[in-house]
Design a binder for this molecule. Structure first.
Ligand SMILES: C[S@@+](CC[C@H](N)C(=O)[O-])C[C@H]1O[C@@H](n2cnc3c(N)ncnc32)[C@H](O)[C@@H]1O
Length: 273
């Protein structure tokens, strides 16, 4: 009994720590994921129990390991409508102010799209505000370096608990309920999924894009790079923004002090000069 209470306290401690450091809210249902991911760190450090590991994180000696724990738990983390103010900004301010009169076509890029929740959230927001049936023609390019994450994204199938944060009306409109062996899973319906194109791109490598983009989302990936690498990455991405196009980065990231051709409009929102 004491063991169960101790473990639950430790999990709460980890959830609070990750939230404090990254603003990522790991739900209690993520216990298995938390234990599996931290298990790797514990084996690496030769620690046998989660409780011992948490004691290390709580201690002065464990301050460096906090970075290891945050990395282990957040590297591929994503969710539908994460940092939702960005999607609202996109449809209410960025695109209406940017599109030339009569322009009905535009492109949005989700760079570092992980398992697809970000580009599909984008597509849902765009479908709601720029309906294809009204003659709008938009595309979402979704890229990531990870083969595994991209395979999940391309499949477009998500467990029920992952889609809970979407409005019920959107769940009905854009998701198909699985049956039989797919009970408890949902698939992105094809009119929406066909608007999202996936491609494997290393943002730090040499890549070429044929299109220009009105808006680029590059969120929660720069945090893993040093400042010179961030500067190089943002300069390279900016080449593909239309004049006055927007770059959105994660809420806990900043381009302060970097030599980039962008103006900061508000924290995490940048516009090409
Ligand atoms: C924490 S996830 C962020 C997902 C999404 N943008 C979000 O904010 O929810 C970070 C993603 O960056 C990807 N990534 C890391 N290094 C990269 C690189 N050099 N080029 C492209 N993607 C990279 C990882 O594979 C991972 O899927």
């Amino acid at each position: 009994m004491r063991h169960v209470a101790e473990e639950s306290e430790d999990i709460d401690f980890i959830i609070a720590l990750i939230y404090e450091r990254s603003r990522i809210r790991l739900h209690e249902g993520k216990q298995a994921l938390i234990k599996a991911r931290l298990g790797k760190r514990m084996r690496h450090l030769g620690i046998g129990t989660l409780h011992e590991y948490c004691n290390l994180l709580r201690s002065g000696a464990g301050q460096e390991e906090i970075t290891g724990a945050v990395d282990a738990l957040t590297t591929n983390f994503t969710q539908f409508l994460r940092e939702e103010e960005h999607f609202q900004f996109l449809v209410k301010h960025a695109l209406p102010g940017l599109l030339a009169k009569g322009q009905r076509q535009f492109n949005v890029w989700s760079a570092a799209c992980a398992t697809g929740e970000e580009p599909f959230s984008l597509a849902m927001y765009l479908a709601e505000h720029f309906p294809l049936a009204d003659g709008w023609d938009w595309r979402v390019l979704a890229t990531d370096i990870s083969t595994k994450a991209l395979a999940t994204a391309r499949r477009g199938i998500y467990a029920a608990e992952r889609i809970e944060c979407l409005p019920v009306e959107w769940q009905r409109r854009y998701l198909q309920i699985g049956h039989g062996e797919w009970e408890g899973y949902y698939r992105i319906k094809s009119p929406l999924s066909s608007r999202v194109r996936f491609e494997q791109i290393n943002l730090l490598g040499a890549y070429q894009q044929e299109s220009m983009f009105e808006v680029i989302f590059c969120r929660n990936v720069m945090i893993y790079f040093d400042r010179p690498t961030q500067e190089q990455l943002v300069n390279q991405l900016s080449r593909y923004l239309v004049p006055k196009g927007y770059l959105l980065i994660g809420h806990s990231e900043s381009l302060n002090g970097l030599a980039v051709p962008l103006n900061c409009l508000r924290p995490s929102v940048y516009q090409k000069k």
